[in-house]
Design a protein around this ligand. Sequence first.
Ligand code: AMP
Length: 437
Amino acid sequence: MTFSELGLKPELLRAVADKGYETPSPIQAQAIPAVLAGRDVLAGAQTGTGKTASFVLPILQRLGAGEGQRTGAPRALVLAPTRELAAQVADSAKAYAKYLPVRTYCVFGGVSINPQVAALRAGCDVLVATPGRLLDLAQQRWVDLSRVEILVLDEADRMLDMGFIADIRRVIKLLPERRQNLLFSATYSDDIRALAERLLRDPQSIQVAPRNAPIELVEQRAYRVPKEHKRHLLVHLIRDGSWSQVLVFTRTKHGANRLTQQLEAAQVPAAAIHGNKSQNARVRALDMFKRGQITALVATEVAARGLDIKELPYVVNYELPNVPEDYVHRIGRTGRAGSPGVAVSLVSPDEQEYLRDIEKLLKRSIPALQAPVFTVPEPQAGAAGERAPQSQARPQGRGNGAHQRPAGGGAPREGHGHRRHSGQERRGGAPRWQRGR
Ligand code: AMP
């Protein structure tokens, strides 16, 4: 199967070829013809399956062919749960529309509304939006939704989880009755089914396998390491492996901030991405990471959901998630589109149980190996707060060589106060998302 066999026009085929895609993914092979034929679609597909192109490409084609006039009002509307996902969908749409006279714009909350108002006034064909900001704009009549021909609910399950159902209903009321509807969801709850029933007319149902294949491509490693040595091991892994791009997961926002500072102090360029960061800071961090300006992006689970970072070579679970499904989400970010990835978990003694739960879910074992020999920096006289390496401050199971010269030599620039913070994180780490077992 090729993209041209799907009936896409030359301008789109060129854009797809520019992206380097050779064959359509399963969701694309099924959804593209259905959307081109004008059908409503109910698709079960997660991030990473190529779902974005599966609706964006045929939408762009339909807009080109449609008899709808270009009034400047959006003709296709994509609702997405988060700013990050909205921005990524809009970026994809712009890339695929490269050779077409189609304008895409993206609106989301948490940033000033004024530039968005100005851009909408200039007109756009495809509007990607988070529901809240879109409603604000619509209520103030900055955007006219009466010309929308195609509506997409992307990651509908997450939108419902995030409490957007009322907003979605309000948006739908502003749309013309006659339109094409596409609903994408990774999971099917009763609420999703109810929404689909109300929204979709004779939909074509498409279900693509959850991302088993990519996860099989991921090389999974776990290292036993005492909690207080994790950061040194991480620095060692990054340096020793010459990693240039690694997504690191922590459990808490504090933990993400602290680790980012520690990495920077060890001369590993890093940035944190989590819910307490401003929208601008998050976009900037993601952008720097994608451009290779920082080596490590330190993220919390929630902030990282839906991030599309292409062909990510390394994911590190700095702390194991206590919900095993989160592990699958996390490591599913590497090894995309056929490129192999490595997922490394740093497992402290109190996290062994989480590892066992993950193994049960995956139905395979991830043996926790001894960590490679790594350096615990020497304390610097008078350096604020760097703890002296104690005799046990070397990787488990190694009787020699653990204390090498500190690579990079930087002592983390944090004080005792921060250290107490780390105690908090430990407490917060275990029971916060405890599953009701
Ligand atoms: P998505 O599921 O839409 O988030 O897409 C996941 C990733 O796969 C994105 O980085 C896309 O650029 C990439 N991708 C989408 N379609 C294809 C394809 N047919 N071949 C290779 N990569 C693709």
